[in-house]
Design a protein around this ligand. Structure first.
Ligand SMILES: *Cc1c(COP(=O)(O)O)cnc(C)c1O
Length: 345
C-alpha cells in the first residue's frame, strides 16, 4: 500500500496485529492434529470460556463471518423455518443468501429506526407469524447484529428485552458480532453481559475486522446445539484443514487487553473525526457515531475534492461512509478534514 493513500473503506483493509502474527509463527512449529482436534483449538476454547465466564461454551474456528452466520443459524434451524432480523441486517442484505442456503429458512426483515429491532414491534410481528399453522413458515431464530451494519448499538437492556420476546415465542437468538470488540469497547460491558446473560444463544464472534488474519468463531452456549455444529460446518465447507492457525490467533487475541485497546482506539478515531466534520458548515452526519463507523452527507463540492485526493471510502446511497481503524493515520484524518473544509470555504 502506498503511504499516501488514506483508506476509510472498512476495518478489514487493515493489517494483522503483531501479536497474532507472532502466534501464527509460534503455531508453525512441529505438527498438530488437523480439523480442530489440536491443542491450539482446545486452548482457544478454554480462553473463550474464561473470557465469557461460561464453562459450557464451545467455540468453533472458521475463516469468514458469512460462514459463521450461516453455520450458527443452521445450528438452530428447523426444516420449514423463518429467521427474523432487521431489514438492513448483514444476513439479509450482504451474504448472497448464504443463511437461506444453509438453513432453508425464509428471512423475515423487520423495519426499525436506528437500524435496530424494537421489542414491541418484534412481539407484534411474532404474534402474527402463525405458529402451528402449516401454511406458514415457523420462526426458529432471531438475528441481532451488534453493532449493526450502520454502526449503531443495542444497549444491554434492549438485547435482553428482544431475547425475552424471542424466547417467549419459541425462538433462539443469534448475535452477529462481526465487530464484537467495537461493541464491547463502546458499551464498557463484559462479553458475558452482551451475550448469554442477555439471552443470546449463539454468537458469530468476529476477530478479522479487529486485527486477525481471517479468523472468526461460532460460540455456542448449549451442548445440544454445539453437537450439531461440526456436521454443519463440514457439510458447508467451513472446516479448515490446518485449524490450529485460526485457533492460535483467537487464543492469543483474547489473552490480554490488546483486542479491546485496538477497538477503543478505532472507536475514538471515529468519534474525533465526527466531531471535526460536524464543526464544518455544510457537513451533516447521518446519525450518531457509536463505534468506529460514521456516515456523512457531504455537499457535492466536498465529495469532488475528496475524489481528487488520496482517499478511499465508500458511497452508500446519498451518504459517504468512513470507517476508522485503530491505526488510522492522524495525517490522513487531518487531510480529510482540511480537504473538506477547503472545498466548502
Ligand atoms: C463483515 C461482516 C460480516 C461478514 O464477514 P465476512 O468475513 O466478510 O464474510 C457479517 N456481519 C457483519 C455485521 C459484518 O460487518
Amino acid at each position: 500500500m502506498s503511504a499516501e493513500v488514506y483508506d476509510f473503506r472498512s476495518d478489514n483493509v487493515g493489517g494483522v496485529a503483531p501479536e497474532l502474527l507472532e502466534a501464527l509463527l509460534a503455531a508453525n512449529r512441529g505438527t498438530a492434529a488437523p480439523y480442530g482436534d489440536d491443542d491450539f483449538t482446545h486452548a482457544m476454547t478454554a480462553r473463550f470460556r474464561h473470557a465469557f465466564e461460561h464453562d459450557g461454551l464451545v467455540a468453533f474456528p472458521l475463516a469468514t463471518g458469512t460462514g459463521a452466520n450461516a453455520v450458527a443459524l443452521a445450528s438452530l434451524a428447523n426444516p420449514y423455518g423463518a429467521i427474523y432480523c432487521h431489514e438492513t441486517a448483514h444476513i439479509n442484505v450482504y451474504e448472497c443468501g448464504a443463511p437461506e442456503l444453509f438453513t432453508g429458512a425464509k428471512l423475515v426483515g423487520l423495519a426499525g429506526d436506528g437500524y435496530k429491532l424494537h421489542a414491541a414491534a418484534l412481539d407484534a410481528a411474532l404474534a402474527l407469524a402463525g405458529r402451528g399453522n402449516a401454511t406458514r413458515v415457523q420462526p426458529f431464530a432471531l438475528n441481532l447484529t451488534q453493532p449493526t451494519d450502520f454502526g449503531t448499538l443495542y444497549s444491554i437492556d434492549e438485547l435482553t428485552h428482544l431475547s425475552e420476546v424471542a424466547h417467549r415465542h419459541g425462538l433462539l437468538v443469534h448475535l452477529d458480532g462481526a465487530r464484537f470488540a467495537n461493541a464491547i469497547a463502546a458499551l464498557g460491558c463484559s462479553p458475558a453481559e452482551m451475550t448469554w446473560r442477555a439471552g443470546i444463544d449463539v454468537v458469530s464472534f468476529g476477530a478479522t475486522k479487529n486485527g486477525a488474519m481471517n479468523a472468526e468463531a461460532v460460540l455456542v452456549f448449549d451442548p445440544a446445539v454445539a453437537a450439531r455444529v461440526p456436521f454443519l460446518m463440514k457439510r458447508g465447507g467451513q472446516v479448515v484443514s490446518k485449524a490450529r492457525f485460526l485457533s492460535a490467533q483467537l487464543e492469543r487475541y483474547l489473552a490480554d487487553d490488546r483486542w479491546l485497546e485496538r477497538a477503543r482506539r478505532s472507536n475514538a478515531n471515529a468519534a474525533r473525526l465526527a466531531q471535526r466534520l460536524q464543526a464544518i458548515r455544510g457537513v451533516e452526519l447521518s446519525g450518531k457515531v457509536e463505534i468506529n463507523m460514521l456516515f456523512a452527507r457531504l455537499p457535492d463540492a466536498a465529495v469532488a475534492a475528496l475524489d481528487c485526493g488520496p482517499f478511499r471510502y465508500y458511497k452508500l446511497g446519498l451518504d459517504q461512509r468512513f470507517v476508522c481503524r485503530h491505526d488510522q493515520e492522524p495525517a490522513g484524518m487531518d487531510l480529510l478534514v482540511t480537504t473538506i473544509e477547503g472545498a466548502l470555504a
